[in-house]
Design a binder for this molecule. Structure first.
Ligand code: PMP
Length: 382
């Protein structure tokens, strides 16, 4: 048998890179890739400088700086009422991406089934395939992108090792509720399956609602990994600091992978974030109102355009239906949007195994007023 020359035949350059590159080449406004054009808090940046100067430049402990793990445990208790043991249940990672990869590789054996809900963030599938998993992709139910429990139930079976969920959800902005977790727990109860819950947008839940974490569900608490990222909470996607929360037994397995994947995470960044979380715990509480006003501003600016905006319960992403404009496939529409109208968006089809009903693209509204205004003016002519 001929040896395959790639382990990931379905993987090319990510859609984020493709769209960002085209946006840069053409000078388009980039509302595609999900990063804010706001800076991290000034005090947090000062703290990074202070720790660099103070000589905190060598390896941090493998599982994370104890002060940072303590600060996270305090925050989870205060904000979400979740009680976590900092030393045995939190591992600091190189962003959410590493945490997702390490969790998958900690528990998935070749031939195991991994269930994902489409549209799904693009790293889940390749990470699971590299672990030798067979993917079962279940579409979320349109138009509100809720879980279709009948289809999910049908996909879960004795070979299911892991269910990957994401709330608040990228790219749709949907959020799961306490009730969703109850139903997920019921479905998984008779199986040995675990849950990997991607909660990197935890701070971005709007309209007075609260983030509902898998960690709050008593029946899932013993069989889940929850993944978070400071990239989103501190406007610092380039810092790549995140963390994974799981029971001591699951964290022990997680750490076996983490220690050979990256071993440890940037020391001055961890010190700075730990100090900042202690000094300004309320910063996180201001995040949702701040981004909610961006969401509302963008929606107001687009009123009167031919793009139909979907409701956004969380994240800093806005889905728009361009069905009134064109019936092109979404990738082509996004290419044309960049070339002819000077605005970059992200198509949804690369997040799905089955074609989506509807013509949907994703805009990132984590941008300054002037950027949103200019983008909306251009989108008004689409
Ligand atoms: N999961 C989701 C749903 C995301 O949107 C992102 C970042 N775009 C990540 C994981 C990765 O997080 P990080 O940038 O911290 O690696």
């Amino acid at each position: 048998m001929q040896r395959p020359d790639t382990k990931l035949p379905g993987v090319g350059t990510t859609i984020f890179t493709i769209m960002s590159r085209l946006a840069a080449e053409t000078g388009a406004i980039n509302l595609g890739q999900g990063f804010p054009d706001f800076q991290p808090p000034v005090r947090l940046c000062e703290l990074v400088g202070a720790h660099l100067a103070a000589g905190h430049n060598q390896y941090a402990p493998m599982t994370g700086l104890p002060a940072l793990c303590e600060a996270i445990a305090g925050m989870l208790l205060r904000r979400h009422g979740i009680s976590i043991d900092a030393a045995s249940e939190i591992t600091i990672t190189t962003g959410g991406t590493e945490a997702l990869f390490a969790a998958i590789h900690a528990v998935v054996h070749p031939g195991d089934e991994v269930v994902m809900l489409d549209p799904a963030y693009d790293s889940y599938g390749p990470a699971a395939e590299l672990a030798g998993a067979r993917l079962r992709r279940v579409p979320l139910r349109m138009p509100e992108f809720s879980i279709d429990y009948e289809r999910l139930g049908a996909a879960i079976g004795p070979r299911t090792r892991l269910l990957i969920v994401n709330t608040p959800h990228n790219p749709t902005g949907a959020v799961l509720t306490v009730d969703d977790w109850k139903r997920v727990a019921e479905l998984l109860e008779p199986t040995g399956a675990l849950v990997l819950s991607d909660e990197v947008h935890e701070g971005l839940v709007y309209d007075g609602k609260r983030h509902s974490s898998v960690l709050s569900n008593e029946r899932l608490r013993g069989r889940c990994f929850a993944v978070f990222s400071f990239g989103k909470t501190y406007n610092a996607t380039g810092w790549k600091v995140g963390y994974c929360v799981a029971t001591p037994a699951l964290s022990a397995e997680f750490r076996k992978v983490h220690q050979f994947l990256t071993f440890s995470v940037s020391t001055p960044m961890q010190h700075a974030i730990a100090d900042f979380m202690r000094e300004e715990p309320e910063f996180l509480d201001g995040l949702a109102p701040f981004y909610q006003s961006r969401r509302d501003r963008f929606a107001t600016l687009l009123r009167g355009s031919r793009l139909a905006l979907r409701p956004v319960a969380g994240t800093y992403f806005q889905l728009a239906d361009y069905g009134a404009v064109s019936d092109e496939p979404d990738v082509e529409f996004c290419m044309r949007l960049i070339r002819e109208h000077g605005v970059a968006a992200i198509p949804l089809s690369p997040f799905c195994a089955e074609p989506l009903q509807g013509r949907l693209v994703r805009f990132c509204f984590a941008k300054e007023d002037a950027t949103l205004e200019q983008a909306a003016e251009r989108l008004g002519n689409v």
